[in-house]
Write a protein of this length. Structure first.
Ligand code: ZN
Length: 177
């Protein structure tokens, strides 16, 4: 950051000068010509308060920028939620084997295989019926798409907050910054 110093005039005004402008001439509003001192002597001058120097490069944030920032945050949050929902989306149950296929397989069972199948069935227990799983999936899918729609709407609101202030930036509106 460049340090600026205040060059006092006899009229009471103070002209901000940078150290690299040492020896240069300045014209005060009163019409008087002022010569900036050497770099060494300039350090003895009153420095420009830090806030005034900063205001040249970084203007304080206006309402528009705050809205855009809020839009960014809202959009990011809902976009992340959409991603989380998508990763946890319900998986449809595997297509159930039809009765004929099962009957065919049972037909071909060797006694040893039938014995094993019986023991596996006893250990695991009977699976939920295919209709139960289909119903559970449908419920999960409805919930998933409801939340997904909500997340997408939230993301759209965030996107709107980000984009609309920029689009509405007209020649008359710039003064409000
Ligand atoms: Zn002056």
């Amino acid at each position: 950051m460049v340090t600026k110093y205040l060059l006092p005039c006899t009229c009471g005004k103070k002209i901000p000068v940078e150290s690299r402008q040492a020896g240069e001439e300045f014209l005060c509003d009163c019409g008087q010509r002022l010569t900036a001192p050497t770099m060494l002597s300039m350090r003895k001058l009153e420095p420009v308060p830090a806030e005034t120097v900063d205001s040249g490069g970084m203007k304080p944030w206006g309402a528009r920028q705050r809205v855009v920032l809020v839009g960014c945050i809202v959009f990011s949050a809902f976009a992340a939620w959409t991603g989380v929902l998508f990763l946890g989306r319900p998986v449809p149950p595997a297509p159930e084997m039809d009765r004929e296929t099962i009957a065919e397989q049972v037909e071909r069972f060797t006694p040893a295989l039938a014995w094993r199948a019986y023991h596996i069935q006893r250990a695991v227990g009977l699976d939920r019926s295919a209709t139960d799983r289909a119903t559970a999936y449908e419920e999960q899918a409805v919930q998933y798409y409801t939340w997904l729609t909500a997340a997408a709407c939230g993301a759209l609101v965030g996107l709107g907050l980000m984009v609309i202030p920029v689009l509405m930036r007209g020649p008359t509106a710039t003064r409000s910054d």
